[in-house]
Write a protein that binds this ligand. Structure first.
Ligand code: ADP
Ligand code: MG
Length: 138
């Protein structure tokens, strides 16, 4: 299996609820290595740019509003098959459908405020890592 990197975001709801440590512990316990990390409060243009693929969706405005309402913790995770393994650890987008033991099952409120982001493919992971860590040697 290929060593991959993926981008994780602990979203504003989880930061507000003091879940940064609990979520990072789940990531480390799952065997994913944290290779880079930043805490920042996204600007509107940063959030709009990050979620540009969703700009025609009806929830886009709500999503940008949510993602800019407080700080987030962005990290780069690395490991065998990291993209899929982190998606599995996150659970379904809608926490009502998320499996037991997943981050979203434990910490997400609803389909909008769902605690974490994870890249959905190795190609998108490269784009997303470069978006938050431009020019960094990780
Ligand atoms: P995922 O984060 O699981 O990859 P998507 O890429 O489909 O999910 O959506 C990006 C983010 O947009 C979701 O994590 C969630 O915060 C928000 N979102 C998705 N669908 C909805 C919806 N129906 N209503 C409100 N917010 C949504
Ligand atoms: Mg997605």
């Amino acid at each position: 299996m290929a060593i991959e990197r993926t981008l994780s975001i602990v979203k504003p709801d989880a930061v507000e609820n003091h879940r940064i440590g609990a979520i990072l512990a789940m990531i480390e316990e799952a065997g994913l290595k944290i290779r880079g990390m930043r805490m920042l409060h996204l600007t509107r243009p940063q959030a709009e740019g990050f979620y540009a693929v969703h700009k025609e969706r009806p929830f886009f405005g709500e999503l940008v509003e949510f993602m800019t309402r407080g700080p987030v913790v962005v990290s780069v995770l690395e490991g065998d098959d990291a993209v899929k393994r982190y998606r599995d650890l996150m659970g379904a987008t809608n926490p009502a459908e998320a499996a037991e033991g997943t981050i979203r099952k434990r910490y997400a409120k609803d389909i909008g405020e769902n605690a974490v982001h994870g890249s959905d493919s190795a190609d998108n992971a490269k784009i997303e890592v470069a978006y938050f860590f431009p020019g960094y040697e990780l």
